[in-house]
Write a protein that binds this ligand. Sequence first.
Ligand SMILES: Cc1cc2nc3c(=O)[nH]c(=O)nc-3n(C[C@H](O)[C@H](O)[C@H](O)COP(=O)(O)OP(=O)(O)OC[C@H]3O[C@@H](n4cnc5c(N)ncnc54)[C@H](O)[C@@H]3O)c2cc1C
Length: 311
Amino acid sequence: MNGIFVYSEDIAVTKQLLNIGRSLADVLQVNVTALALNETETDTAGLIACGAEKVIALSGSNPWVESYAESIAECIAKENPLLVLIGGTMRGKDVAARIAAWHSHGLVNSAMSIEVVERKLETKRMLYGGLAVCKEELSEGCIVTIDPRTYEEAAADPLRNGDVVACTAQSNDAVLVGGVCPIVRERADLANAEKIICVGRGLSSQSDMKLVEDLAEKIGAEIGCSRSIAEDYHWLPTESYIGLSGQKVKPQLYLSIGISGQVQHIVGARDARVIVAIDKNEKAPIFSAADYGIVGDLYEIVPKLIEKLGK
Ligand SMILES: Cc1cc2nc3c(=O)[nH]c(=O)nc-3n(C[C@H](O)[C@H](O)[C@H](O)COP(=O)(O)OP(=O)(O)OC[C@H]3O[C@@H](n4cnc5c(N)ncnc54)[C@H](O)[C@@H]3O)c2cc1C
């Protein structure tokens, strides 16, 4: 068994995987190989700067990354790595599942962390909507997907050396893409927002959203919500809700207003740097997840905050 193999169809995520991949490789004293699919020379050089000893630059004419799963599996077979890290995007998970099936290797999805314990690799991931954490010891060659932004991008060191091996990929054209229509988002991309105000059923009516919008404008925040607000009340688009079945976010500031903080919601927000909660029920579970809590009526607190921030 060789080193650690990393791949994502999103080069920024590959650099995040290199952060953890490099640390593990240093402990295990093995090499890191990154796979780049249809990336530029600058991007492949960037992967070496971020810690890969070798970059396999695959190129092919089919724009559909899933159709290269077999070629990626072949590269992995040649490298025979100890561990394969794949970016846990929707497309990455699709590719990871196909590769795991081809190689009959284990697959751990959405690992929250991965570490070396007594020379064995161990992952942790959430179970039952965040109610339990599952610890798993990996067999050799295991595939692990890691969701975007679980780790920061590896710091680039332009003095690092490495090899770039160019290969032509064979795409599996069993499914041909006739066209792609990007989803036009009605709101900003919450996954990359630095500040988020999240509203829940504590808000009495849709017209009160104005209050939240005013506060968001004052602090330059995007607006998210609990599932009930999007799916039951339809006050905000579906892509605005945060949680287990919604978006996973990692802002610097997450301010929840009138959200009870059920585990299915919190699971999407727990990686925020600072969580502030406003709720009138002092026993609301949101306060266990919050760094700062304000117990009180949002209709009194939010106008006061807007007033203070206005000065
Ligand atoms: C399989 C599954 C998946 C799910 N996935 C998600 C998900 O991805 N995201 C998600 O959000 N939910 C999800 N849910 C639903 C989740 O369990 C909760 O039901 C939901 O998050 C509750 O939304 P809420 O906090 O807005 O409402 P509530 O739980 O009703 O909380 C409202 C809060 O507002 C407070 N409040 C009321 N009035 C005021 C006031 N005037 N001032 C201050 N506070 C006030 C109350 O004290 C209360 O704490 C899922 C559920 C299941 C079963």
